[in-house]
Design a binder for this molecule. Sequence first.
Ligand code: AMP
Length: 543
Amino acid sequence: MQGMMMNRPLAVIDLLTYAAEAHPGAGLVSVRCEGDIHRETYAEALARSAQLAHALAALGVKRGDRVATLAWNGYRHFELYYAISGMGAVCHTINPRLSAEQMLYIIGHAGDSVLFFDLTFVPLIEALAEHLPKGLRLVVMTDREHMPQTGLDLLCYEELLAGQPERFAWPELPEDSAAALCYTSGTTGHPKGALYSHRSTVLHAFSIAVSLPKSLNEGARVLPVVPMFHVNSWGLPYAGPMVGASLIMPGGKLDGASVWELMETENVTASWGVPTVWLGLTAEIAKRGRAPHALTQAVIGGSAAPRSMIENFEKMGVDVCHAWGMTEMSPVGTHGQLSASMSDLSFEQRMKLKSKQGRRVFGVDLKIVAEDGTALPHDGKAAGELFVRGNTVVSGYFNNPEATRAALDDDGWFGTGDVATIDPHGFLSIQDRTKDLIKSGGEWISSIDLENLAMAHPKVANCAVIAVAHPKWDERPLLVVVPRGEDRPTLEEIHALMEGHMAKWQLPDDMVFVEALPLTATGKVSKLTLRQTFADYVLPDVR
Ligand code: AMP
């Protein structure tokens, strides 16, 4: 029997029209490329998004067209999100840290018709210009006064908006029509496009709002360190307006000191980002002896948050929520928000749980499977490849049937490429990416576990563990360390930290020092680059 309820399509623009009405005091604070701070309410953002939608229509943008952005976190980027999706086009966010070759590939693959970019990226566009598709319109996200002097044919964002009506007849779209496009920064092969729908985007906003209420609530002031060019800033530009949280947009200034200062002066209550950025902030917190005064929650994801980092924040009174997800999952799949019933756990027990990647968000199912495809128990011990399904998970890749076939199992679950355990309470623990696991004598060693333990050494500023070839054991772990200052840790000291937590045969065979770890375009440690750098490394017992 059919239910008898109205079926109204979920629409991205409704998040903002709702915020403009229901949360009049909330809005955006943005550090601008022009050097100052800009403020606007969600009502103002809606009016300007309407002007922008008129401007896009005047440029010839139609439903389904892809409009690209190359921009930091800021109000104009936010307006683009809503204007483009709201008028029925697709907002394609480009990661400026991709190589020129990858960027040109995705602009071509997406078939972008207009490219909006921040002032910072003018030199980049000049360098790419001759290879850009003919007919691609270029818009600089600034006003006339700040327009760059170049030989390129550039449009000016504020001029496009000026004089346009502040209302737009947002079309009613099928809820499964595409709203946004984000390419994974695959380390091998071409980047692949995750094409989010209005429905998936709104449902994801609901799911993170429900899962992470400490960050997302009316009156909260959330600083997305995670960029809007990486999986839509983990959904914050959508969930913020929905719940009435203001967004404090840091622009391109992401060093520890700038982020600390902005958090302090703008009374930031929560912030979300990847561990590499938090390293900068924790160093700043250590220097100043305190966390920014209003900060109550840090959501850390994108790669494993080391336990030492979680402990540092918690000791400063900042609740840490570890989260796991993927571009293909909109992205949040699990979160480490502890239940009220867990509040009486000891500090040690809580830290143990918080170091795991947490429990699934509503609407996402998880399974772990053995190499032969059989499902493994959720006993906290069995480790297998993690598969996911749900309304916020991709059903395939944009215009890429081959990658789509490879990504899904026979029952339509998406293979994450991560190896994990799940305990009886549903807590996920990511062991590694399948390709980063170290296979020693037929047994697996988790590089994440080793890194986590090594990070607890006070002389280790950052580290990574990679596999290097060994004639007897196939692969053995090598620890690559960025030392904190001149004084370096010894391998014996590191082993002492690991013993008791890992089997003796799992400990790293050797340690090397580097000045910095190579990062991927999304700010994660690039194990691929490290493996290439140390491809010929000869371990001590083989020398
Ligand atoms: P991306 O699509 O760039 O967001 O990368 C997704 C991948 O990042 C996942 O498949 C994981 O390998 C990794 N990842 C994300 N969050 C975490 C986390 N909290 N702990 C460990 N790995 C993570």
